[in-house]
Write a protein that binds this ligand. Sequence first.
Ligand code: 1HE
Length: 258
Amino acid sequence: MANIDIEQRGKVAILTLRRPDRRNALDEATIAEIDRFFDRPDKAIRAVVLQAEGPHFCAGLDLREHYELNRSPVEFMRMCQEWHRAFDRMQFGSIPVISALKGAVVGGGLELAAATHVRVADRSTFFALPEGQRGVYTGGGATVRVARIMTPARLIDMMIAARTYDVQRGFEVGLAHEIVETGTAETRALAIAEAAAEHYDLTNFGIITGIWRVNDMSTTDGLYAEALMAGMIMTNPNLRPSLEAFFAKAAPRLEPKD
Ligand code: 1HE
């Protein structure tokens, strides 16, 4: 792929956005590459790291391409649907995706990050939706995904009051799940991905495909769906060795850590 580098390391695929000259802005080709990867990932892949070249994670929609294509409303709406399809495949694809954030995570870059399941951010990270200031509008799912993470009220405030959140503020509202020293987000994301790749695949399936969907349902439907998923997972024969390790006090101890 031209815009995304894909490296497979055991059960983990490392996807690297590689348009640093444009601050990894998302053009049509990059979205198509993301879509293609998440449409049919290799069966051996059990977790993904999403990272970026250069000092910034992603500057959002490629504004130059947008300017040059001079899209009609329908063309732009179709483009948004392509973004939604690619990001949905990532969010609901049953494989954990760990993003390594740094520098700008803005506009469509924040929309991309919001479709990942674990967000590790180094201290250089900042989050913004400069849509109000630039007279543009989110089209890659922020009004749904980012709103759900940090509340619709904060999303509106961020866009109207043109706020840029530093990494600490982003962490406090759920945009980042962990803050690490500058330059180390990729290493930490890889460690999380390698551990997640060892989870039972059915458990990861339930976590990734189930939890957001259940939260779109009524209480009754959600609890029913949870019981169905739990019935599949909790009766899986693979669970028995894990419980036996716990009884033998051979399982990792739960203790507070990041
Ligand atoms: C770009 C883009 C881009 C940089 N599209 N080319 N997103 C934005 O409004 C963010 C726009 N970008 C920025 O605010 C800044 O570039 C950054 C804060 C991300 C980085 O600043 P800096 O000083 O490191 O870089 P720079 O000098 O601003 O940019 C370097 C080059 O990248 C420059 O090109 P050059 O030819 O002059 O070297 C920039 O033009 C280019 N560049 N960002 C195209 N986004 C589905 S809708 C989603 C809604 C949106 O995402 S709207 C976009 C929001």
